[in-house]
Design a protein around this ligand. Sequence first.
Ligand SMILES: O=C(O)CCC(=O)C(=O)O
Ligand SMILES: [Fe+2]
Length: 360
Amino acid sequence: MASESIPVIDCSPLFSSAEWDSPMCSAAIAEIHAAFCTWGVFILTGTNAIPPALANKTRDVLTKFFSLPLPRKMALHLKDGGWAWRGYMPWGGEGTKGNIDQKEGFYGGPELASDDEHPLKGMPTFGENQFPDDELPEMRHLVLEYIEKVTQLGLTISDAISLGLGLDQREIKRRLLDPKPIQLFRSFKYYRKPGVDSCGIGEHSDFGFLTILSQNATGLQMLSPSKKWVDVPLIPDSYVVNVGDILDRLTLGVYISPLHRVLPPEPNSDRLSIPFFFDPAWNAEVKPLPLPGRGDKETPSSAARERWNRNSTFKDLQGIWGQYLGVKVQKIFPDLILPEFSAVTRPSGRHLVEIRREEP
Ligand SMILES: O=C(O)CCC(=O)C(=O)O
Ligand SMILES: [Fe+2]
């Protein structure tokens, strides 16, 4: 049997001015749908939504960021970004199932300046970034621009999966992404500490809707439909797009939230990745999509149920997306006062840093 490889899909028709009912667009939509039903992931090529020069410059500036002396990075520590959950995450700050992940990170999102009027100001994940403006003045603009562009890419993919699932083109956007998806920008630099053998990131599935990832080296592996670990190849100007747990649940298990991991870094690895978590809007109601031919209450397949039990941090689907995200952030910021959300989620095992607010 030929070895399995992750589907590579040329999505250029979806980003050109072609009509979406053209044969080229329909073919790309059908391929994305098939990839999400089998692998839960595909490698997207042919997008002009993110100019290649922007992606390259963003990766370059993040490489420079991670090369700054540790005290400069620690001055931007996540804990000082408060509930906006932005800034520097030092090596050892995250783990999977009790093992330290061998990576450091930078967390960001769309900027909400202190004087902006915004209905969600002060809620977890909304707020200001912590950029190294003195050392790398270009980083702010590049990251914010990248976030805008990758969000456009996410919206285009969302329209494509709406059609792939037999819904109206804008149905997913209308139900889940209006007025704006939650946009969580992350970058990780992987490196091995002597004597530590754990993975870059241990085996996990992603929590949210879609993950859109750019990388500069191999190391990421996905679990294939026949349950083998398969390397994600490095293809110029490509993005790895995978389903997250909530999209799996909202499609009643039709789309698969795939297990994946990053191998233990090689001794001289300089692997850098930019995962972007494209998630439902804060106020989006979390309930299954009205898939044609399937009722809301239809039982998922036994494979889906098994996956949900293993992967998912969700118990029941109820309420709004912000509740789920709130619980996740609450685990990291135990002093965060939010309504009691624990009924809807299980605790996340990923974050090892616990941040307590300083007493005023
Ligand atoms: O860095 C990578 O390649 C994978 C990152 C990842 O899986 C995650 O952040 O959830
Ligand atoms: Fe992941």
